[in-house]
Design a protein around this ligand. Sequence first.
Ligand code: PXP
Length: 237
Amino acid sequence: MTKLSVNVNKVATLRNARGGNNPNLLQVAKDCEKFGADGITVHPRPDERHIRYADVLALKPILTTEFNIEGYPSKEFIDLILKVKPHQVTLVPDAPNQITSNAGWDTITHQALLTELIETFRQAGIRTSIFIGTEIPLIEQAAKIGADRVELYTEPYAAHYAENREEAIAPFIKAAERVKELGMGLNAGHDLSLENLAYFHEQIPWVDEVSIGHAIICDALYMGLEKTIAAYQDCLK
Ligand code: PXP
């Protein structure tokens, strides 16, 4: 079964636009769970422009599904993870002021850093997922350094889906097969949507979890959150 983790960063962005507490992030996260999300993802950034560190602390005790925290492993981020102890941490190599993640880790260049982090989080009972592209040597290196899972960066798939979906998915199938052979878990995320998710899942049914934010919130403007989450879950059947 593929889990749907809803990234609620955009809800925090909307809230922060007016400085109050509308929409109420905690309520939205609980409602996502009620409407069928299998997990909640947040991506706190150093400038706290969407999810704040305080949001992460407040979410932990109220969530009943899987909590996934993604981000660049700054000292503050590592301290937050060790304090909150989510089910999963997803390490992302993004610079502090980046609009959104736009590449996976070079697991060869950064092997020392990643090895140490994976071990630190393992000792705290937290699963580590490494955000990564489809390059096979980088995936093999992720397995060597002990990553529990990798999250495939799906933006290139989404960008080429409309043009030629067979070509767009091909490198992801190869990468996902290698991940399976190496015994790691498999996540995927970035720019997945109602347009491209069902085909991704049909081609790679062993994906453990997809993490989706932007498109879910955009669709919810028209369909409402409950129907939107149900529609995404339908793509994963
Ligand atoms: N996975 C990672 C590592 C991300 O950084 C993001 C964006 O915050 C997502 C998944 C979700 O991407 P999207 O908002 O395009 O669904």
